[in-house]
Design a protein around this ligand. Sequence first.
Ligand SMILES: *Cc1c(COP(=O)(O)O)cnc(C)c1O
Length: 371
Amino acid sequence: MNKIPLVDLKAQHALLHSEIEQAISRVIQNTNFIQGKEVKDFEQAFAAFLGEGVYCSTCGNGTDALILALSALGIGKGDEVITTPHTFIATVEAICFVGAKPVFVDISDETMLLDPQLIEMAITPKTKAILPVHLYGQPCDMEAIMQIARKRNLVVIEDSAQAHGASWKGKKVGTWGDASCFSFFPGKNLGAYGDAGCVTSCNEEIAQKAKMLANHGRVDKYEHLIPGVNSRLDTIQAAVLNVKLKHLDEWTRNRQRLAKRYMDAFQGSEAKVQTIAEEATSVWHLFVLRHPEREQILRALKEKEIYGGIHYPIALHLQPALSYLGYEKGSFPIAEKAADEVFSLPLYPELSFEQQDKIIDAVQEFLSQLV
Ligand SMILES: *Cc1c(COP(=O)(O)O)cnc(C)c1O
């Protein structure tokens, strides 16, 4: 097998299959499929992974986590939420879903993350929240963002769906904002065997409220304090996540080692690498390069059975689903240029240096033909 996929979930399962199958089989034998002990165990373990004084409330997926966090913080109709146009659509769908209005600001050309310097200009009397996204595993400048939020009396919700364990100045994402959202979609750095997600917060009340909203607004079996939804984490998924969380730091170190090799290979080449801020520790969910001829590069890689990706090809303000917001082409030129140029190379903890060298050679061969 010489194919190199963008993400190889089979390689990871092969290493853990007996432990995971036992964990799943225990849940099946106990038949505690909903809110079993494994769910609480995972909430405690993931909170401890992020740091001291953190609370974790699990839910059905990362998109629900965003919706639950926004709802728990009282964001809804008539409110504006400032966010980035260069992210997965779920970030913005959640804002729309609670009835609020997404307000975009452009990204930094170097990091491709929400540019903190542009936030204040977008604040209006209706602005209630800032929703930064730690895209590609790289943390936003949370110090700058929290400073603006405190000064202007806004809440901050972090979208940490791609950044389990990433940190800004040594403090992990998921512990900076008033609330933070994680996804455990199978392809994320910590992935379940189906959909899964959580809200984290250092404020116990907010975490409790998100938890309550995710479970029919329940305080106990028959008493419902607020109207909620059903977005609980399955016990089977929690059992899988408990096994996998123990390996996350090791997997992250592998990603970082591979990312450094990619960086060394492409620094100064025709394909532009991301700039990682000195204060940032990225967990490299994706390794992203930029080149105007990215379609050609991806095609050349595919011919060699190397499969890249594009995250993401259309800036969100230009998506048909969001045309009602009234933005047009040219509204956010840096994000639009990024959307036209970015492409992702295969990166996962089990990728071997040999496989990686093959990928690097293939990209460099293409680039050398261009000049
Ligand atoms: C994956 C992802 C989400 C949504 O998570 P799901 O679990 O797939 O619902 C939200 N935001 C970002 C940035 C993501 O990458």
